[in-house]
Design a protein around this ligand. Structure first.
Ligand code: PEP
Ligand code: MN
Length: 274
């Protein structure tokens, strides 16, 4: 791809890869990073339970939204600062770094320092002013591919962050919009080998938003691992039926546990460990 030649995102040679350290965890190295937890932080019991379970199954990072980009303004919008305090406590309890989405410059200024890995969601992939501000931080950031964004656009958005000084960028394929309506999004697994050949940055796959159906998540987790993803993002909830967001795609504990044991086997085939 000509447009990224000479840019900071470009892979310069076959051994050029970035490994991002977060506490004692690493993203982009020889381990398959598992980021798991609920779509949204809903209350203290929920996030504490979810943290304990995902940790016991081998997850490395705890995810949980505190600011939610919802299609309808009447849907649950997240608990904000209260939710952040809850997920921080849960992360501390289980000794897991936390991943939370930030949607605005204002939120970034107020809360970034309390979050281990900042997530820039699909809807903000081309919020260039936000990307510039994230670029001024020295903090890992997961950049999700926009709903209709090309690989080139994703990489140029990553370049916005890197051009401003922050080199700790993790790319996330989370499914794209196509003519298909049978599922929430189409998981573009081509993106994994393509991104890994074009760039030195770690590439993870969100197997939950890319399917929208809990029963598809295990199969796509195995597939994403097989094509060389550096990590998986998976929504897990203690009671998906009552979840305030994305219950349909959230895994119950037993399903997540089974998924982890199967993923471990595929990871070994591609020389990764959990
Ligand atoms: C999320 O991870 O909670 C989320 C909203 O994802 P996306 O931005 O990929 O839709
Ligand atoms: Mn979600």
């Amino acid at each position: 791809m000509e447009s990224i030649k000479g840019l900071k995102v470009e892979k310069k040679d076959i051994n050029h890869k970035t490994i991002i350290s977060v506490g004692k965890e690493e993203i982009g190295g020889t381990r398959l990073t598992i980021i798991a937890g609920p779509c949204s932080v809903e209350d203290k019991d929920q996030i504490m339970n979810d943290a304990k379970l995902v940790k016991s199954c081998g997850a490395n990072f705890l995810r949980g939204g505190i600011f939610k980009p919802r299609t309808s303004p009447y849907s649950f919008q997240g608990l904000g600062k209260t939710g952040l305090d809850m997920i921080k406590e849960a992360g501390k309890m289980e000794d897991m770094p936390i991943v939370c989405e930030i949607m605005s410059i204002e939120q970034l200024k107020q809360f970034a320092s309390e979050i281990d890995v900042i997530q820039i969601g699909a809807r903000n992939m081309q919020n260039f002013e936000l990307l510039k501000e994230v670029g001024k931080l020295d903090q890992p950031v997961i950049l999700k591919r926009g709903l209709s964004a090309t690989i080139e656009e994703l990489l140029l958005s990553a370049e916005y962050i890197m051009a401003h000084g922050n080199t700790k960028v993790i790319l996330c394929e989370r499914g794209i919009r196509t003519f298909e309506t049978a599922y929430r999004n189409v998981l573009d697994l081509n993106a994994v080998p393509m991104l890994k050949s074009l760039t030195h940055l770690p590439v993870i796959v969100d197997v939950s938003h890319s399917t929208g159906e809990w029963w598809m998540v295990e199969d796509l987790s195995l597939a994403a691992t097989a094509v060389g993803a550096d990590g998986l993002m998976i929504e897990v909830h203690d009671n998906p039926e009552d979840a305030l967001s994305d219950g349909m795609q959230s895994l119950k504990y037993d399903v997540f546990k089974m998924l982890m044991s199967k993923v471990e086997k595929i990871a070994k085939v591609v020389n990764k460990s959990l």
